[in-house]
Design a protein around this ligand. Structure first.
Ligand code: ATP
Ligand code: MG
Length: 171
């Protein structure tokens, strides 16, 4: 069986990795859909799809999850919610089971007959993309909320300077 997890993963954090491990207790393979793939260079969505692929790939290797267990598929947004499941199906390997905490995602897959599970949230106060980005901008300790390999990727692409520059106003 194959399961699907969708998220923007801006950036991938330890909560995402824990939920991926949990999904892999249920199914043999997990499809990781990187949502809003076309968006980058904004405070809510600072990283490109390619940068996010790199972060997720390295974070899964760091956590000893073999490459044969997952597929990472960037998925652009479409304007039309009623066609979104078909859009996902066009891009991904076939799957039977959907894991999501997002009510809209849950509803759309449920209406198309998929088995949908809401996975438990791990340490949600800290393991949240919004909290990681807030700390990056504030100069607080964000590094412990993400796998070490994600810290390395963000350093490689000068991600903190990017976020701080995006927060500046034109004078
Ligand atoms: P943002 O604050 O930017 O929305 P996020 O932490 O909610 O970031 P997403 O990429 O939106 O991350 O998350 C996609 C999915 O990942 C969620 O619907 C949820 O199922 C799962 N997820 C996110 N955070 C956690 C967590 N701490 N524990 C378990 N699952 C999580
Ligand atoms: Mg979210």
């Amino acid at each position: 069986m194959r399961g699907l997890l969708v998220g923007r993963m801006q950036p991938v954090h330890r909560g995402h990795i824990q939920v991926m491990e949990r999904i892999l207790n249920d199914v043999e393979e997990v499809i990781i859909g990187i949502g809003s793939a076309q968006v980058s260079h904004s405070l809510k969505d600072p990283f490109t799809a390619g940068e996010r692929v790199m972060m997720i790939t390295k974070a899964l290797a760091e956590n000893d999850i073999p490459a044969s267990c997952y597929y990472i598929i960037p998925v652009q947004d479409i304007e039309c919610n009623s066609l979104w499941v078909a859009h996902m199906e066009m891009l991904t390997p076939p799957f039977e089971h959907v894991y999501s905490g997002n009510p809209l995602v849950q509803r759309l897959f449920h209406e198309k007959g998929y088995q949908v599970t809401e996975p438990p949230l791990f340490n949600r106060k800290s393991y949240s993309g919004t909290e990681v980005r807030r700390r990056m901008l504030a100069g607080d300790n964000w590094e412990k909320l993400v796998p070490e390999s994600v810290v390395e990727v963000i350093n490689e692409i000068d991600g903190i300077a990017r976020i701080k520059q995006l927060a500046r106003k034109e004078v």
